[in-house]
Design a protein around this ligand. Structure first.
Ligand code: NAD
Length: 477
């Protein structure tokens, strides 16, 4: 693929610059140098993308499920060949460590494989009415043109987790990636093009500023689905926008994951799980453990062992493959994390590990803070960085209350004796709970949150249903 294509919009089957001819800079957060310019999409470009998707809808919806599945499977095969190249792109624009980027690419690609298999398993339903006077046929049909908006923290996986089910269901898409990470999105769209996606079925736009262009697209009658992953703040705003035209909305929003270490937990496996729950993706994950609640009997040993493990992390540019922790996505994110830690200290917390940041790149050291008052700012906020904030607790009812004391409900982790941990898992307000494990994401599982962490589920057999509508057809007996 030629380099220029990777910096352009993809509309109606063609790579092109935006209508204004303007571009924006994408920056490498490990040294703040410019990587390259990317085309700015005007509102008219966005409208053209939705129009192209609308024109493509009928044929795509009528394409045989097997054909849609095989296209996704071809995309999977191409992406597998190019995994390292995509990982390099992610490292450059996002800053994460190479190992994290490669893990992301493989995870992302599994959504192409999974939904290539789900495309041929779309089922309906048949029942007889209770009075026996009619047959009730329920068919599942593609919802229509889908607007997909993704964040910068998993630029590949958040795109494929939406594109995979949408295409499998028979919906054309307009993808709007985060401004920080458009190159990964362009690469993935390029793969779909090479896999043979028909004209107009996949479109890529990068408007600057974002809000007005997204609003314009959402108000176009052809758009019937909004699938958004990002912050709760922006999600709320978009739900208001979507209400105007009653657009079906799936929302994967922020988290504030508690990680509970119950009395009697095995500390070897708990530390292992806690490290991955905290440090996967450098802590920039909606699933990242944010608040550590540790039973007082284990607190000191847990803190000591976690701190020693984090002290061994090699921090530096993700392109140096030996580094365990790369940069945060921007100067702003680094400063936000640093300020959260500083203010936690003002509120009475103590730093026992790390706490330093670099000037010449968006790096922040793996950090542990203890004596964190429950309800303090760092406890209420999604940290999105490599900082573990630890609170000691005495009894199970108290820790369940503290864990649930948040407007978020995406994911929780519980470590402890299995039956006790399971009992606690059922009491936690979260769409996902890890019991004695620190990673849950899996294409075969329904991913999503309760409360203000979102609406709907991605992945699993549930993910494709977000892009389908049920139609009831009544028939005579
Ligand atoms: P963000 O909300 O700032 O941006 C997400 C996307 O929305 C980007 O593409 C951005 O350009 C776009 N956007 C921003 N303002 C907009 C507006 N006014 N109108 C329309 N679109 C707009 O989030 P972010 O900083 O890119 O990502 C981090 C957030 O994403 C965190 O809160 C994280 O928890 C969340 N996240 C959630 C999940 C999940 O599955 N629940 C997964 C990954 C990230």
């Amino acid at each position: 693929m030629s380099e220029s294509r990777l910096t352009q919009l993809f509309i109606d089957g063609e790579w092109r610059s935006g209508g204004s001819g303007e571009t924006f800079a994408v920056v490498d957060p490990s040294d703040f140098t410019e990587i390259a310019q990317f085309a700015v999409a005007t509102e008219e470009d966005c409208v053209a993308a939705v129009d192209a998707a609308e024109r493509a809808f009928e044929d795509w919806a009528l394409t045989a499920p097997r054909e849609r599945g095989e296209l996704l499977r071809s995309a999977f095969e191409i992406m597998r060949q190019e995994r390292e190249e995509i990982a390099d792109t992610i490292v450059r624009e996002n800053g994460k460590a190479f190992a994290d980027a490669l893990t992301e690419v493989d995870y992302a690609n599994e959504f192409f494989r999974w939904f290539s298999e789900e495309a041929v398993r779309i089922s309906g339903d048949y029942r007889l009415s209770p009075r026996g006077d009619k047959r009730i046929l329920v068919s599942r049909e593609p919802i229509g043109v889908s607007l997909l908006i993704t964040p910068w923290n998993f630029p590949a996986a958040m795109a494929t987790r939406k594109i995979g089910p949408a295409l499998a269901a028979g919906c054309p898409v307009v993808l709007k990636p985060a401004r920080e990470t458009p190159f990964t999105a362009a690469h993935i769209v390029g793969i779909l093009e090479r896999a043979g996606v028909p004209r107009g079925v996949v479109n890529l736009v990068t408007p600057v500023p974002t809000g007005p262009a997204v609003s314009r697209m959402l108000h176009m009658p052809a758009v019937r689905k909004l699938s958004f992953t990002g912050s709760t703040e922006v999600g709320r705003l978009l739900l208001h926008e979507a209400a105007d035209t009653v657009v079906s909305s799936s929302m994967e929003l922020g988290g504030n994951a508690p990680l509970l270490v119950l009395e009697g937990a095995d500390l070897d496996s708990t530390i292992e799980g806690a490290l991955v729950a905290k440090m996967r993706n450098g802590g920039s994950a909606c699933t990242a453990a944010n608040r550590f609640y540790v039973h007082r009997s284990l607190h000191d040993e847990f803190v000591d062992r976690l701190s020693r493990a984090l002290d061994g992390y090699r921090v530096g540019p993700g392109r140096d493959r030996g580094n365990d922790l790369g940069a945060l996505v921007s100067r702003g994110e680094r400063d936000k994390v640093a300020q959260l830690v500083d203010r936690a200290v003002d509120e009475g917390a103590r730093i026992v590990q790390g706490g330093g940041s670099a000037e010449d790149g968006a790096f922040y050291e793996p950090t542990v803070v203890v004596d964190v008052p429950h309800g303090s700012e760092i406890n209420r906020t999604e940290i999105f960085g490599p900082v573990a904030a630890v609170v000691a607790f005495d009894d199970v009812d108290e820790v369940v209350r503290m864990a649930n004391d948040t407007e978020y409900g995406l994911i929780s982790y519980v470590f402890g004796e299995e039956r006790e941990a399971m009992r606690v898992a059922h009491r936690l307000d979260a769409g996902m709970v890890g019991v004695n494990r620190g990673v849950l994401s899996d294409p075969a599982a329904p991913f999503g949150g309760m409360k203000q962490s979102g609406l709907g589920r991605e992945g699993g057999s549930e993910g494709i249903l977000e892009f389908m509508e049920e139609k009831y057809i009544g028939l005579p007996v």
